[in-house]
Design a protein around this ligand. Structure first.
Ligand code: GTP
Length: 597
Protein backbone atom coordinates (compact mmCIF):
# COMPACT_ATOMS: atom_id res chain seq x y z
CA UNK A 1 0.00 0.00 0.00
CA UNK A 2 1.18 3.58 -0.60
CA UNK A 3 2.56 4.88 2.64
CA UNK A 4 -0.02 7.66 3.00
CA UNK A 5 -2.78 5.04 3.07
CA UNK A 6 -1.29 3.15 6.01
CA UNK A 7 -2.40 3.71 9.61
CA UNK A 8 -0.67 1.93 12.48
CA UNK A 9 -2.39 2.06 15.82
CA UNK A 10 -2.69 0.25 19.11
CA UNK A 11 -5.44 0.09 21.66
CA UNK A 12 -4.75 1.31 25.18
CA UNK A 13 -7.20 0.10 27.77
CA UNK A 14 -7.42 -0.98 31.34
CA UNK A 15 -8.14 -4.69 31.87
CA UNK A 16 -11.77 -5.45 31.14
CA UNK A 17 -12.59 -2.13 29.56
CA UNK A 18 -13.19 -3.93 26.28
CA UNK A 19 -10.01 -3.91 24.24
CA UNK A 20 -10.38 -7.42 22.85
CA UNK A 21 -14.07 -7.02 22.13
CA UNK A 22 -13.38 -3.79 20.24
CA UNK A 23 -10.50 -5.35 18.30
CA UNK A 24 -12.71 -8.25 17.26
CA UNK A 25 -15.44 -5.85 16.25
CA UNK A 26 -13.05 -3.82 14.07
CA UNK A 27 -11.85 -7.03 12.41
CA UNK A 28 -15.41 -8.12 11.80
CA UNK A 29 -16.49 -4.75 10.38
CA UNK A 30 -13.60 -4.66 7.93
CA UNK A 31 -14.23 -8.21 6.77
CA UNK A 32 -11.38 -10.12 8.38
CA UNK A 33 -13.66 -12.62 10.05
CA UNK A 34 -17.03 -14.22 9.48
CA UNK A 35 -19.71 -13.96 12.13
CA UNK A 36 -19.15 -17.55 13.09
CA UNK A 37 -15.43 -17.00 13.62
CA UNK A 38 -16.36 -13.96 15.64
CA UNK A 39 -18.03 -16.12 18.24
CA UNK A 40 -14.60 -16.74 19.64
CA UNK A 41 -12.41 -13.89 20.73
CA UNK A 42 -9.51 -14.07 18.36
CA UNK A 43 -6.84 -11.80 19.68
CA UNK A 44 -6.44 -13.39 23.09
CA UNK A 45 -5.21 -16.69 21.81
CA UNK A 46 -3.83 -18.42 24.86
CA UNK A 47 -6.06 -20.24 27.31
CA UNK A 48 -4.47 -18.79 30.40
CA UNK A 49 -4.74 -15.33 28.91
CA UNK A 50 -8.40 -15.78 28.33
CA UNK A 51 -9.08 -17.24 31.74
CA UNK A 52 -7.24 -14.50 33.53
CA UNK A 53 -8.51 -11.90 31.14
CA UNK A 54 -5.08 -10.57 30.35
CA UNK A 55 -3.11 -10.34 27.16
CA UNK A 56 0.43 -11.67 27.36
CA UNK A 57 1.70 -11.85 23.81
CA UNK A 58 1.14 -9.01 21.40
CA UNK A 59 -0.67 -9.82 18.20
CA UNK A 60 -1.28 -7.65 15.23
CA UNK A 61 -3.95 -7.62 12.56
CA UNK A 62 -4.06 -5.97 9.15
CA UNK A 63 -7.43 -4.54 8.13
CA UNK A 64 -8.57 -3.22 4.75
CA UNK A 65 -10.91 -0.31 5.11
CA UNK A 66 -12.65 1.78 2.50
CA UNK A 67 -13.40 5.10 4.13
CA UNK A 68 -16.46 7.28 3.59
CA UNK A 69 -14.36 9.40 1.21
CA UNK A 70 -14.04 6.36 -1.08
CA UNK A 71 -10.32 5.85 -0.49
CA UNK A 72 -8.91 2.46 0.58
CA UNK A 73 -6.70 2.24 3.63
CA UNK A 74 -4.58 -0.42 5.27
CA UNK A 75 -5.00 -0.34 9.05
CA UNK A 76 -2.59 -2.25 11.26
CA UNK A 77 -4.01 -2.91 14.67
CA UNK A 78 -1.29 -3.71 17.16
CA UNK A 79 -2.42 -5.49 20.29
CA UNK A 80 -0.26 -4.75 23.32
CA UNK A 81 0.26 -6.82 26.45
CA UNK A 82 -1.80 -5.52 29.33
CA UNK A 83 0.32 -5.87 32.45
CA UNK A 84 3.06 -3.91 34.20
CA UNK A 85 5.38 -6.91 34.07
CA UNK A 86 5.54 -6.53 30.30
CA UNK A 87 6.20 -2.80 30.15
CA UNK A 88 9.13 -3.03 27.73
CA UNK A 89 7.17 -5.15 25.25
CA UNK A 90 4.42 -2.56 25.44
CA UNK A 91 6.89 0.24 24.74
CA UNK A 92 8.19 -1.51 21.57
CA UNK A 93 4.66 -2.14 20.31
CA UNK A 94 3.83 1.51 20.86
CA UNK A 95 7.01 2.55 19.07
CA UNK A 96 5.73 0.70 16.00
CA UNK A 97 2.59 2.85 15.81
CA UNK A 98 1.66 6.45 15.07
CA UNK A 99 -1.50 6.53 17.11
CA UNK A 100 -3.68 4.84 19.66
CA UNK A 101 -7.27 4.35 20.61
CA UNK A 102 -7.69 5.06 24.30
CA UNK A 103 -10.55 2.85 25.40
CA UNK A 104 -12.19 3.79 28.68
CA UNK A 105 -15.13 1.94 30.20
CA UNK A 106 -18.05 4.38 30.41
CA UNK A 107 -19.05 3.00 33.80
CA UNK A 108 -15.60 2.53 35.37
CA UNK A 109 -13.71 5.59 34.25
CA UNK A 110 -9.95 6.13 34.05
CA UNK A 111 -7.72 3.70 36.00
CA UNK A 112 -4.06 3.83 37.04
CA UNK A 113 -2.92 1.22 34.55
CA UNK A 114 -4.55 3.15 31.74
CA UNK A 115 -2.59 6.22 32.78
CA UNK A 116 0.82 4.58 32.59
CA UNK A 117 0.09 3.37 29.07
CA UNK A 118 -1.37 6.67 27.95
CA UNK A 119 1.71 8.52 29.11
CA UNK A 120 3.89 6.07 27.21
CA UNK A 121 1.77 6.57 24.17
CA UNK A 122 2.11 10.34 24.51
CA UNK A 123 5.88 9.91 24.85
CA UNK A 124 5.87 8.12 21.51
CA UNK A 125 4.17 11.19 20.00
CA UNK A 126 1.01 9.26 19.30
CA UNK A 127 -2.17 10.84 18.13
CA UNK A 128 -4.64 9.57 20.72
CA UNK A 129 -8.29 9.01 19.94
CA UNK A 130 -10.37 8.60 23.12
CA UNK A 131 -13.11 5.98 22.85
CA UNK A 132 -15.69 5.73 25.60
CA UNK A 133 -16.82 2.14 25.48
CA UNK A 134 -19.80 0.26 26.94
CA UNK A 135 -22.16 3.19 26.52
CA UNK A 136 -24.91 0.56 26.31
CA UNK A 137 -24.55 -0.09 30.04
CA UNK A 138 -27.20 1.50 32.27
CA UNK A 139 -24.40 2.70 34.57
CA UNK A 140 -22.58 4.45 31.70
CA UNK A 141 -21.62 8.06 32.44
CA UNK A 142 -19.91 9.22 29.25
CA UNK A 143 -19.86 12.90 30.22
CA UNK A 144 -18.22 12.14 33.55
CA UNK A 145 -15.66 9.92 31.83
CA UNK A 146 -14.94 12.66 29.27
CA UNK A 147 -14.26 15.04 32.14
CA UNK A 148 -11.95 12.46 33.72
CA UNK A 149 -10.01 12.04 30.49
CA UNK A 150 -9.51 15.81 30.42
CA UNK A 151 -8.81 16.31 34.14
CA UNK A 152 -6.78 13.23 34.93
CA UNK A 153 -4.99 12.54 31.66
CA UNK A 154 -5.05 16.03 30.23
CA UNK A 155 -6.28 15.01 26.80
CA UNK A 156 -9.06 16.87 25.00
CA UNK A 157 -12.09 14.59 25.04
CA UNK A 158 -14.63 16.73 23.23
CA UNK A 159 -14.48 14.58 20.14
CA UNK A 160 -14.17 11.27 22.02
CA UNK A 161 -16.05 8.53 20.19
CA UNK A 162 -18.94 7.07 22.17
CA UNK A 163 -19.09 3.38 21.46
CA UNK A 164 -20.26 -0.05 22.43
CA UNK A 165 -17.97 -2.78 21.24
CA UNK A 166 -20.69 -5.18 22.29
CA UNK A 167 -23.59 -3.78 20.26
CA UNK A 168 -21.56 -2.16 17.47
CA UNK A 169 -22.43 1.47 18.22
CA UNK A 170 -19.68 3.88 17.15
CA UNK A 171 -17.54 1.34 15.26
CA UNK A 172 -17.76 3.28 11.96
CA UNK A 173 -16.87 6.50 13.75
CA UNK A 174 -13.82 4.80 15.24
CA UNK A 175 -12.65 3.62 11.81
CA UNK A 176 -13.11 7.11 10.36
CA UNK A 177 -11.25 8.62 13.29
CA UNK A 178 -8.34 6.22 12.72
CA UNK A 179 -8.09 7.27 9.08
CA UNK A 180 -8.53 11.01 9.58
CA UNK A 181 -6.95 11.69 12.96
CA UNK A 182 -4.01 9.30 13.13
CA UNK A 183 -1.16 10.35 10.79
CA UNK A 184 0.36 7.97 8.23
CA UNK A 185 3.86 6.57 8.94
CA UNK A 186 6.97 8.13 7.42
CA UNK A 187 9.77 6.16 5.77
CA UNK A 188 12.15 6.02 2.83
CA UNK A 189 11.66 3.13 0.38
CA UNK A 190 15.12 3.68 -1.15
CA UNK A 191 17.12 3.76 2.08
CA UNK A 192 18.80 0.59 3.39
CA UNK A 193 16.44 -1.73 5.25
CA UNK A 194 15.70 -0.74 8.83
CA UNK A 195 13.02 -2.65 10.68
CA UNK A 196 12.16 -3.14 14.33
CA UNK A 197 11.69 -6.54 15.90
CA UNK A 198 8.47 -5.86 17.80
CA UNK A 199 7.68 -9.31 19.15
CA UNK A 200 8.29 -12.97 18.48
CA UNK A 201 6.73 -16.26 19.43
CA UNK A 202 7.11 -19.92 18.70
CA UNK A 203 4.69 -21.54 16.32
CA UNK A 204 4.79 -25.33 16.03
CA UNK A 205 4.37 -25.16 12.23
CA UNK A 206 6.34 -22.07 11.29
CA UNK A 207 9.03 -22.04 13.96
CA UNK A 208 9.77 -18.65 15.46
CA UNK A 209 7.51 -15.97 13.98
CA UNK A 210 8.81 -12.43 14.18
CA UNK A 211 6.57 -9.42 14.19
CA UNK A 212 8.26 -6.45 12.50
CA UNK A 213 7.66 -2.83 11.72
CA UNK A 214 9.56 -1.64 8.66
CA UNK A 215 10.96 1.88 9.04
CA UNK A 216 12.94 2.25 5.78
CA UNK A 217 13.60 0.02 2.78
CA UNK A 218 11.90 -3.33 2.30
CA UNK A 219 11.88 -6.84 3.72
CA UNK A 220 11.63 -9.59 1.08
CA UNK A 221 11.56 -13.34 0.93
CA UNK A 222 15.04 -14.71 0.21
CA UNK A 223 16.76 -11.65 1.66
CA UNK A 224 19.74 -12.01 3.98
CA UNK A 225 19.16 -9.91 7.05
CA UNK A 226 21.21 -9.00 10.05
CA UNK A 227 19.87 -8.63 13.62
CA UNK A 228 22.06 -5.78 14.77
CA UNK A 229 21.93 -6.28 18.57
CA UNK A 230 22.20 -10.06 18.42
CA UNK A 231 24.83 -9.87 15.68
CA UNK A 232 23.27 -12.79 13.80
CA UNK A 233 22.45 -13.26 10.12
CA UNK A 234 19.34 -15.01 8.86
CA UNK A 235 17.72 -15.87 5.55
CA UNK A 236 14.10 -14.77 5.35
CA UNK A 237 11.93 -17.62 4.09
CA UNK A 238 8.50 -16.08 4.55
CA UNK A 239 6.97 -12.63 4.70
CA UNK A 240 3.36 -11.98 5.55
CA UNK A 241 0.67 -10.44 7.69
CA UNK A 242 -2.28 -11.54 9.80
CA UNK A 243 -5.83 -10.74 8.80
CA UNK A 244 -6.02 -12.34 11.45
CA UNK A 245 -5.43 -15.46 9.35
CA UNK A 246 -1.95 -15.73 7.88
CA UNK A 247 -1.48 -14.21 4.44
CA UNK A 248 1.87 -14.41 2.67
CA UNK A 249 3.19 -11.31 0.93
CA UNK A 250 6.07 -10.60 -1.45
CA UNK A 251 7.50 -7.84 0.69
CA UNK A 252 6.91 -5.40 3.49
CA UNK A 253 7.66 -1.77 2.68
CA UNK A 254 8.26 1.32 4.82
CA UNK A 255 5.58 1.95 7.41
CA UNK A 256 4.24 -1.58 7.16
CA UNK A 257 3.75 -4.05 9.97
CA UNK A 258 3.87 -7.78 9.31
CA UNK A 259 5.76 -10.93 10.13
CA UNK A 260 8.77 -12.84 8.86
CA UNK A 261 10.10 -16.31 9.49
CA UNK A 262 13.71 -17.30 9.02
CA UNK A 263 14.07 -20.87 10.30
CA UNK A 264 14.83 -19.66 13.79
CA UNK A 265 14.34 -22.29 16.48
CA UNK A 266 14.16 -20.33 19.71
CA UNK A 267 12.70 -16.99 20.65
CA UNK A 268 15.77 -16.36 22.80
CA UNK A 269 17.56 -15.57 19.52
CA UNK A 270 15.12 -12.77 18.82
CA UNK A 271 15.37 -9.86 21.21
CA UNK A 272 12.40 -7.52 21.27
CA UNK A 273 13.55 -4.08 20.16
CA UNK A 274 16.40 -5.38 17.94
CA UNK A 275 17.00 -3.71 14.57
CA UNK A 276 16.75 -5.84 11.44
CA UNK A 277 18.74 -4.64 8.46
CA UNK A 278 20.02 -5.91 5.13
CA UNK A 279 23.15 -8.02 5.65
CA UNK A 280 24.84 -6.65 2.51
CA UNK A 281 23.61 -3.06 2.67
CA UNK A 282 23.18 -2.34 6.37
CA UNK A 283 21.64 0.80 7.82
CA UNK A 284 24.05 3.18 9.53
CA UNK A 285 22.78 2.92 13.11
CA UNK A 286 20.42 0.64 15.02
CA UNK A 287 17.14 1.94 16.38
CA UNK A 288 17.38 3.70 19.74
CA UNK A 289 15.88 2.42 22.98
CA UNK A 290 16.96 -1.22 22.86
CA UNK A 291 16.82 -2.96 26.24
CA UNK A 292 17.65 -6.49 27.20
CA UNK A 293 14.95 -8.41 29.07
CA UNK A 294 15.87 -8.27 32.78
CA UNK A 295 14.27 -10.60 35.28
CA UNK A 296 13.35 -8.76 38.51
CA UNK A 297 11.83 -11.53 40.61
CA UNK A 298 13.51 -14.84 41.34
CA UNK A 299 12.34 -17.98 43.05
CA UNK A 300 13.20 -21.64 43.25
CA UNK A 301 10.96 -24.23 41.62
CA UNK A 302 11.36 -27.80 42.83
CA UNK A 303 9.44 -30.92 41.85
CA UNK A 304 7.44 -32.40 44.72
CA UNK A 305 8.37 -35.80 43.38
CA UNK A 306 12.14 -35.93 42.85
CA UNK A 307 11.55 -38.26 39.89
CA UNK A 308 9.94 -35.38 38.02
CA UNK A 309 13.18 -33.41 37.81
CA UNK A 310 13.92 -34.30 34.17
CA UNK A 311 10.34 -33.67 33.20
CA UNK A 312 10.51 -30.28 34.87
CA UNK A 313 13.70 -29.43 33.00
CA UNK A 314 12.17 -30.41 29.66
CA UNK A 315 8.98 -28.51 30.38
CA UNK A 316 10.96 -25.41 31.25
CA UNK A 317 12.93 -25.65 28.01
CA UNK A 318 9.66 -25.87 26.13
CA UNK A 319 8.25 -22.85 27.91
CA UNK A 320 11.36 -20.86 27.22
CA UNK A 321 11.08 -21.63 23.52
CA UNK A 322 8.28 -19.14 23.61
CA UNK A 323 9.30 -16.84 26.39
CA UNK A 324 12.81 -15.48 26.29
CA UNK A 325 12.27 -13.41 29.43
CA UNK A 326 11.84 -16.50 31.58
CA UNK A 327 15.24 -17.73 32.75
CA UNK A 328 16.28 -20.71 34.82
CA UNK A 329 19.36 -22.49 36.06
CA UNK A 330 19.82 -25.59 38.13
CA UNK A 331 19.80 -25.21 41.88
CA UNK A 332 20.23 -27.67 44.70
CA UNK A 333 18.67 -27.24 48.06
CA UNK A 334 19.69 -29.30 51.06
CA UNK A 335 16.04 -29.89 51.82
CA UNK A 336 14.30 -29.80 48.46
CA UNK A 337 16.89 -31.61 46.40
CA UNK A 338 17.33 -30.73 42.72
CA UNK A 339 15.37 -27.92 41.19
CA UNK A 340 15.76 -24.63 39.38
CA UNK A 341 16.37 -21.02 40.26
CA UNK A 342 14.08 -19.08 37.94
CA UNK A 343 13.92 -15.44 36.93
CA UNK A 344 10.73 -13.59 35.97
CA UNK A 345 9.73 -10.14 34.81
CA UNK A 346 7.40 -9.81 37.77
CA UNK A 347 5.04 -11.69 40.05
CA UNK A 348 2.32 -12.14 37.48
CA UNK A 349 4.87 -13.60 35.08
CA UNK A 350 5.95 -15.99 37.86
CA UNK A 351 2.38 -17.08 38.48
CA UNK A 352 1.73 -17.63 34.80
CA UNK A 353 4.79 -19.84 34.37
CA UNK A 354 4.01 -21.75 37.55
CA UNK A 355 0.45 -22.30 36.44
CA UNK A 356 1.46 -23.47 32.98
CA UNK A 357 3.97 -25.91 34.42
CA UNK A 358 1.39 -27.44 36.69
CA UNK A 359 -1.48 -27.36 34.25
CA UNK A 360 0.01 -28.00 30.82
CA UNK A 361 2.85 -30.20 31.98
CA UNK A 362 1.10 -31.77 34.96
CA UNK A 363 3.86 -31.04 37.45
CA UNK A 364 3.53 -30.72 41.20
CA UNK A 365 5.89 -27.98 42.26
CA UNK A 366 7.21 -26.35 45.39
CA UNK A 367 7.86 -22.65 44.97
CA UNK A 368 10.32 -21.02 47.32
CA UNK A 369 9.93 -17.47 48.58
CA UNK A 370 10.12 -15.00 45.69
CA UNK A 371 13.08 -12.71 46.01
CA UNK A 372 14.17 -9.54 44.29
CA UNK A 373 17.75 -8.81 43.26
CA UNK A 374 19.83 -7.31 46.05
CA UNK A 375 23.15 -5.61 45.53
CA UNK A 376 25.55 -6.78 48.21
CA UNK A 377 28.54 -4.51 48.73
CA UNK A 378 31.37 -6.38 50.40
CA UNK A 379 33.98 -4.97 52.74
CA UNK A 380 36.64 -5.56 50.10
CA UNK A 381 34.82 -3.14 47.79
CA UNK A 382 33.35 -5.75 45.45
CA UNK A 383 29.62 -6.02 44.67
CA UNK A 384 27.52 -9.15 44.18
CA UNK A 385 24.00 -9.51 42.91
CA UNK A 386 22.04 -11.75 45.24
CA UNK A 387 19.23 -13.73 43.55
CA UNK A 388 18.80 -16.38 46.21
CA UNK A 389 18.65 -15.77 49.98
CA UNK A 390 20.45 -19.09 50.43
CA UNK A 391 23.57 -17.54 48.84
CA UNK A 392 23.74 -14.62 51.27
CA UNK A 393 27.37 -14.14 52.35
CA UNK A 394 28.32 -14.01 56.03
CA UNK A 395 27.21 -10.59 57.32
CA UNK A 396 30.64 -9.90 58.82
CA UNK A 397 32.00 -9.51 55.28
CA UNK A 398 29.19 -7.24 54.15
CA UNK A 399 29.56 -3.48 54.08
CA UNK A 400 25.99 -2.68 53.00
CA UNK A 401 23.03 -4.10 51.12
CA UNK A 402 20.94 -2.23 48.58
CA UNK A 403 17.45 -3.23 47.53
CA UNK A 404 15.33 -2.23 44.52
CA UNK A 405 12.62 0.41 44.99
CA UNK A 406 9.58 1.23 42.94
CA UNK A 407 7.43 4.23 42.29
CA UNK A 408 3.81 3.11 42.69
CA UNK A 409 0.65 4.85 41.56
CA UNK A 410 -2.54 3.74 43.23
CA UNK A 411 -6.08 4.84 42.44
CA UNK A 412 -8.61 4.16 45.13
CA UNK A 413 -12.12 5.30 46.02
CA UNK A 414 -12.19 7.51 49.11
CA UNK A 415 -13.72 5.01 51.48
CA UNK A 416 -10.78 2.61 51.23
CA UNK A 417 -8.09 5.26 51.38
CA UNK A 418 -7.34 4.82 55.10
CA UNK A 419 -6.67 1.10 54.84
CA UNK A 420 -4.59 1.52 51.71
CA UNK A 421 -2.45 4.17 53.40
CA UNK A 422 -1.91 1.80 56.29
CA UNK A 423 -0.96 -1.03 53.94
CA UNK A 424 1.64 1.17 52.21
CA UNK A 425 2.94 2.40 55.55
CA UNK A 426 3.26 -1.19 56.83
CA UNK A 427 5.27 -2.01 53.75
CA UNK A 428 7.82 0.73 54.44
CA UNK A 429 6.29 3.03 51.86
CA UNK A 430 7.18 6.69 51.54
CA UNK A 431 4.20 8.76 50.56
CA UNK A 432 4.99 11.18 47.74
CA UNK A 433 1.66 12.57 46.75
CA UNK A 434 -2.05 12.37 47.42
CA UNK A 435 -4.59 14.09 45.21
CA UNK A 436 -8.30 13.75 44.65
CA UNK A 437 -9.67 13.56 41.17
CA UNK A 438 -13.26 12.86 40.29
CA UNK A 439 -14.12 11.39 43.70
CA UNK A 440 -11.10 9.15 43.86
CA UNK A 441 -7.74 9.42 45.51
CA UNK A 442 -4.59 9.18 43.47
CA UNK A 443 -1.73 8.10 45.65
CA UNK A 444 1.91 7.90 44.77
CA UNK A 445 4.26 5.97 47.01
CA UNK A 446 7.83 4.86 46.89
CA UNK A 447 8.01 1.28 48.08
CA UNK A 448 10.73 -1.35 48.39
CA UNK A 449 10.06 -3.99 45.72
CA UNK A 450 10.57 -6.81 48.22
CA UNK A 451 7.53 -5.58 50.16
CA UNK A 452 5.46 -5.76 47.00
CA UNK A 453 6.45 -9.12 45.56
CA UNK A 454 4.77 -11.23 48.19
CA UNK A 455 1.13 -10.32 48.28
CA UNK A 456 0.82 -6.56 48.02
CA UNK A 457 -1.36 -6.65 44.96
CA UNK A 458 -3.71 -9.26 46.46
CA UNK A 459 -3.96 -7.29 49.68
CA UNK A 460 -4.65 -4.08 47.83
CA UNK A 461 -7.43 -5.71 45.87
CA UNK A 462 -9.01 -7.37 48.88
CA UNK A 463 -8.84 -4.27 51.06
CA UNK A 464 -10.52 -2.21 48.35
CA UNK A 465 -12.94 -4.92 47.22
CA UNK A 466 -11.25 -4.85 43.86
CA UNK A 467 -11.63 -1.10 43.32
CA UNK A 468 -8.04 -0.02 43.77
CA UNK A 469 -5.74 -0.13 40.78
CA UNK A 470 -1.99 -0.27 40.94
CA UNK A 471 0.89 0.40 38.63
CA UNK A 472 4.63 0.64 39.25
CA UNK A 473 7.99 1.50 37.81
CA UNK A 474 11.41 0.59 39.14
CA UNK A 475 13.42 3.54 40.36
CA UNK A 476 16.74 1.95 41.30
CA UNK A 477 18.45 0.50 44.37
CA UNK A 478 18.68 2.05 47.85
CA UNK A 479 20.51 1.01 50.95
CA UNK A 480 18.44 -0.89 53.50
CA UNK A 481 18.95 -2.55 56.88
CA UNK A 482 18.33 -6.03 55.54
CA UNK A 483 18.94 -9.38 57.16
CA UNK A 484 18.53 -13.01 56.24
CA UNK A 485 15.87 -14.76 58.25
CA UNK A 486 15.99 -18.54 58.38
CA UNK A 487 13.26 -20.94 59.47
CA UNK A 488 14.18 -24.00 61.49
CA UNK A 489 11.84 -26.94 61.76
CA UNK A 490 12.85 -29.41 64.42
CA UNK A 491 16.22 -27.61 64.48
CA UNK A 492 16.72 -28.23 60.74
CA UNK A 493 17.24 -25.19 58.55
CA UNK A 494 14.56 -25.18 55.83
CA UNK A 495 16.55 -23.34 53.18
CA UNK A 496 13.55 -22.93 50.90
CA UNK A 497 11.89 -20.70 53.46
CA UNK A 498 14.85 -18.42 54.04
CA UNK A 499 14.15 -14.82 53.10
CA UNK A 500 15.70 -11.40 53.14
CA UNK A 501 13.71 -9.02 55.35
CA UNK A 502 14.08 -5.56 56.73
CA UNK A 503 15.36 -5.71 60.31
CA UNK A 504 12.44 -3.68 61.62
CA UNK A 505 10.06 -6.30 60.30
CA UNK A 506 12.01 -9.44 61.00
CA UNK A 507 10.35 -10.22 64.31
CA UNK A 508 6.79 -9.74 63.15
CA UNK A 509 7.43 -11.67 59.95
CA UNK A 510 9.22 -14.42 61.86
CA UNK A 511 6.39 -14.79 64.34
CA UNK A 512 3.87 -14.92 61.57
CA UNK A 513 5.83 -17.55 59.64
CA UNK A 514 6.12 -19.73 62.75
CA UNK A 515 2.41 -19.46 63.47
CA UNK A 516 1.55 -20.31 59.90
CA UNK A 517 3.90 -23.26 59.81
CA UNK A 518 2.45 -24.50 63.06
CA UNK A 519 -0.97 -24.69 61.43
CA UNK A 520 0.30 -26.17 58.22
CA UNK A 521 2.56 -28.94 59.44
CA UNK A 522 0.64 -31.97 60.63
CA UNK A 523 1.38 -33.35 64.06
CA UNK A 524 4.01 -36.03 64.31
CA UNK A 525 4.68 -38.60 66.99
CA UNK A 526 7.11 -36.17 68.59
CA UNK A 527 7.14 -32.50 69.52
CA UNK A 528 8.31 -30.19 66.73
CA UNK A 529 9.79 -26.79 67.49
CA UNK A 530 9.52 -24.18 64.73
CA UNK A 531 11.87 -21.26 64.97
CA UNK A 532 12.70 -18.13 63.05
CA UNK A 533 16.27 -16.93 63.42
CA UNK A 534 18.62 -14.21 62.29
CA UNK A 535 22.10 -15.64 62.27
CA UNK A 536 22.23 -17.67 65.50
CA UNK A 537 19.60 -15.61 67.29
CA UNK A 538 16.08 -17.03 67.54
CA UNK A 539 13.49 -14.28 67.13
CA UNK A 540 10.27 -16.32 67.18
CA UNK A 541 9.23 -19.78 68.21
CA UNK A 542 6.20 -22.08 68.12
CA UNK A 543 5.83 -25.73 69.02
CA UNK A 544 3.69 -28.38 67.40
CA UNK A 545 2.53 -30.78 70.08
CA UNK A 546 3.14 -34.48 69.64
CA UNK A 547 0.47 -36.70 68.17
CA UNK A 548 -1.01 -39.02 70.76
CA UNK A 549 -3.66 -41.17 69.20
CA UNK A 550 -3.63 -43.28 66.10
CA UNK A 551 -5.65 -41.36 63.47
CA UNK A 552 -7.59 -44.45 62.56
CA UNK A 553 -8.76 -44.77 66.14
CA UNK A 554 -11.68 -42.47 65.49
CA UNK A 555 -13.08 -44.99 63.04
CA UNK A 556 -14.32 -47.05 65.97
CA UNK A 557 -12.43 -50.03 64.60
CA UNK A 558 -15.52 -51.24 62.80
CA UNK A 559 -15.89 -49.55 59.44
CA UNK A 560 -13.09 -51.09 57.37
CA UNK A 561 -13.83 -49.24 54.14
CA UNK A 562 -13.77 -45.93 55.93
CA UNK A 563 -10.51 -46.81 57.56
CA UNK A 564 -9.08 -47.71 54.18
CA UNK A 565 -10.22 -44.44 52.71
CA UNK A 566 -8.59 -42.53 55.51
CA UNK A 567 -5.33 -44.37 55.04
CA UNK A 568 -5.47 -43.77 51.30
CA UNK A 569 -6.08 -40.12 51.88
CA UNK A 570 -3.06 -40.01 54.10
CA UNK A 571 -1.01 -41.71 51.44
CA UNK A 572 -2.19 -39.19 48.87
CA UNK A 573 -1.26 -36.44 51.27
CA UNK A 574 2.15 -37.92 51.73
CA UNK A 575 2.97 -37.60 48.07
CA UNK A 576 2.69 -33.86 48.44
CA UNK A 577 4.95 -33.63 51.44
CA UNK A 578 8.62 -32.95 51.68
CA UNK A 579 10.70 -34.54 54.33
CA UNK A 580 12.89 -32.31 56.48
CA UNK A 581 15.00 -34.50 58.66
CA UNK A 582 12.28 -36.47 60.29
CA UNK A 583 9.51 -33.93 59.71
CA UNK A 584 7.13 -33.88 56.80
CA UNK A 585 6.07 -30.51 55.48
CA UNK A 586 3.12 -30.29 53.11
CA UNK A 587 3.65 -28.55 49.80
CA UNK A 588 1.08 -25.86 50.51
CA UNK A 589 3.07 -24.75 53.52
CA UNK A 590 5.82 -23.31 51.35
CA UNK A 591 3.56 -20.90 49.59
CA UNK A 592 1.05 -20.27 52.36
CA UNK A 593 3.74 -19.42 54.88
CA UNK A 594 4.85 -16.53 52.71
CA UNK A 595 1.50 -14.84 52.55
CA UNK A 596 1.55 -12.16 55.17
CA UNK A 597 -2.18 -12.04 55.71
P1 GTP B 1 -8.09 -7.71 28.62
O1 GTP B 1 -8.02 -8.67 27.47
O2 GTP B 1 -8.07 -8.38 29.92
O3 GTP B 1 -7.20 -6.54 28.50
O4 GTP B 1 -9.57 -7.15 28.65
P2 GTP B 1 -10.18 -6.34 27.52
O5 GTP B 1 -9.95 -4.91 27.79
O6 GTP B 1 -9.76 -6.90 26.23
O7 GTP B 1 -11.72 -6.58 27.76
P3 GTP B 1 -12.69 -7.54 26.95
O8 GTP B 1 -12.82 -7.13 25.53
O9 GTP B 1 -12.33 -8.94 27.22
O10 GTP B 1 -14.04 -7.14 27.67
C1 GTP B 1 -14.21 -7.28 29.06
C2 GTP B 1 -15.66 -7.55 29.34
O11 GTP B 1 -16.45 -6.42 28.98
C3 GTP B 1 -16.23 -8.71 28.55
O12 GTP B 1 -17.11 -9.42 29.38
C4 GTP B 1 -16.97 -8.05 27.41
O13 GTP B 1 -18.02 -8.84 26.93
C5 GTP B 1 -17.45 -6.78 28.05
N1 GTP B 1 -17.63 -5.69 27.08
C6 GTP B 1 -16.75 -5.26 26.16
N2 GTP B 1 -17.25 -4.23 25.47
C7 GTP B 1 -18.49 -4.01 25.96
C8 GTP B 1 -19.53 -3.05 25.66
O14 GTP B 1 -19.43 -2.19 24.79
N3 GTP B 1 -20.65 -3.12 26.40
C9 GTP B 1 -20.82 -4.04 27.39
N4 GTP B 1 -21.96 -4.03 28.06
N5 GTP B 1 -19.89 -4.93 27.69
C10 GTP B 1 -18.74 -4.92 26.99
Amino acid sequence: APIDRIRNFSIIAHIDHGKSTLADRLIQRTGGLTDREMSEQVLDNMDIERERGITIKAQTVRLNYTAKNGESYVLNLMDTPGHVDFAYEVSRSLAACEGALLVVDAAQGVEAQTLANVYQSIEHDHEIVPVINKIDLPAAEPEKVKAEIEDIIGLPADDAVLASAKTGIGIDEILEAIVHRIPPPKGDPNAPLKAMLVDSWYDPYLGVVILVRVIDGALKKGQQVKFMQAGTIHLIDRVGCFRPKIETLDALGPGEIGFITAQIKEVSQTAVGDTITDAKRPTAAPLPGFKEAQPVVFCGLFPVDANDFEKLRESMYKLRLNDASFSFEMETSAALGFGFRCGFLGLLHLEIIQERLSREYDLDLITTAPSVVYNIFMNDGSMKELHNPADMPDPVHIDRIEEPWIDATIYVPDEYLGSILKLCQDRRGIQKNLTYVAGRAQLTYELPLNEVVFDFYDRLKSISRGYASFDYQQIGHREGDLVKMTILVNSENVDALAMIVHRSQAEARGRHMCERMKDLIPRHLFKIPIQAAIGGRVIARETIAALRKDVTAKCYGGDISRKKKLLEKQKEGKKRMREYGSVQIPQEAFIAALRMG
